[in-house]
Design a protein around this ligand. Sequence first.
Ligand code: O7E
Length: 221
Amino acid sequence: MHFSAGHRMQKKNRIILALDVTSRADALRVVEAAKDYVDAVKIGWPLILAVGPDIISEIAKNKDVICDMKIADIPNTNRLIVEQAMKRGASAVIAHGFTGDDSVKACVDAAKGQVFVLTEMSHPGARQFTAPVADKLAALAKSAGARGIVAPATRPERIAELRKIIGNLEIISPGVGAQGGKASDALKAGADYIIVGRAIYEAPDPKAAAKALADEVKRSI
Ligand code: O7E
């Protein structure tokens, strides 16, 4: 389904595939394998730099695409980046919030609200800079009119705390599998979707891996 104002990816499987592969053949193979078990595909720099941005529109023909540029610039540049992603068929974009309210609002305007703002990141180094200000970043996402936030499956207790700040905004949560987080823990803590990359695309059988995750999701909601 293509982007349109107010469009929302269908909340069915509650899994977003992080497609961090670096060839077109791998990208299409993994999407085909996982397509029945994921609600959207997240595409970021590894795949775009490897094969070019046309991959966004190609995958957007069949699946909602979240463009993960981790946008972090002045308002005008943010707007230009978001416009390019949307023109190629993205359903939503990912932006950093540390740039401040004007920069985040520029993304929100250009994406007609379809923006997820990073809060506390999922990796160990996140404790240095993003964790101490994560509550403020979540509050900014809400006040700027974003669709939701990104919160760490590696620290599910933080998902629950951030949920209190954002109310009914959506939470998408990376860190399941390769980074040690559990899908069921993230969902029980309040995540709307888990984001999963390596546990699917590096699995010997990506389809079976995606199905197993979808089964875990069903058991935990
Ligand atoms: O560990 P994996 O292989 O399951 O991949 C996780 C994906 O989520 C990967 O694309 C990485 O860039 C992203 N991610 C995190 O791992 N941690 C974060 O804190 C934030 C993200 C992210 O994607 O943010 C935007 C949704």
